[in-house]
Each structure stands twice: as structure tokens, then as C-alpha cells.
Design a protein around this ligand. Sequence first.
Ligand SMILES: [Fe+2]
Length: 175
Amino acid sequence: MPLQAPDTEPLVPYQLPFPKEALAEIVVPRAVPEDERIWVPQAANVHFRPLCLNRSQGYWVNLLRVRKSGVLSRHRHPLAVHGFVLKGRWHYLEHDWIAEEGGYVFEPPGETHTLVVPDDVEEMITFFQVNGVMYYVDPYGKPLGYEDVFTKIELCRKHFTAVGLGEDYVEQFIR
Ligand SMILES: [Fe+2]
């Protein structure tokens, strides 16, 4: 039996209900938002825009925006990260390659790095899927703090309340 129906047959949507335990999809029409309030501040010149805050599997998907000379502090990843650069350019202090607009990055478990945006870049925006935690450390690995999907949700709640979107605004991104 062919896996694909011949072109001559009309397209028929799947006729059965989805599993009742399945979570709802997330559709974000403007992933890069026009409303500045949707960018959540996380450090000087560093903001993130939540897309999927996956508390059931312990990861988050977001856009990271870093403006002129911003730095994302040194941190370790125990799990993999996937990144896709939408705008601008950045590099890690710990590597000699440069991530540029249109580029994809896989960061393996065990990476510890410091993200730097050079002076001549006004703004960078990168799509990141971050699994598990970002574990902030000093140059010799001493722990300084962490972020996980739950601290991200909490940051969003506080920020969205403060800017008038309401603390429930974050719910649409949580699965
Ligand atoms: Fe990282």
C-alpha cells in the first residue's frame, strides 16, 4: 500500500479526534512582536520573548534579544540547546566561531559559555530552545545561580503584570 495518496484524490483531513490527553497547540502569529511589552527583561540590554514554556518536559523556547554590547552571563548547559539566528551577530568568549543571521547552532551538553554581542551590532535576535537549566557560574565553575522553565514562567508573570498585560498573559505559552 502506498504511503502517499495519489495526487488525483482530494485532500481529506484526518477524521478522528486527537487523543484526549494531547495538549493544545501553540500558534504565535507574530513571533517577533510589535508590542514592546512582550519582551521580558532579564539583564541589562538582554530581553527574551517566550514562545513555549514547557513545564511538562522541562524546556523553553524563546527569542533572545540582545542590544548593543549586551552580554549573557557565563553559564553551563547540562542539556542540548538549539539556536537559529534571526538578526544580527554574536559570539561566545569560549569559541572562535561567529553566529550570524541565518545561522544554526547546536550547543552540546557540557557547554559553558558567555554570549557577547559586538559593539558594531545594534541588535541581535536568536531563536533558542533551551533544555533543562542554564546554570550560571564563575570562570572556574563555581555556581552563581540558575534559570529553568519555572523561573522563566515566574519572570514572565511578574513582567506581564507590571506592564499591564496581566499575569495570565503567560498562560498561552505554557504546556
Ligand atoms: Fe547558552
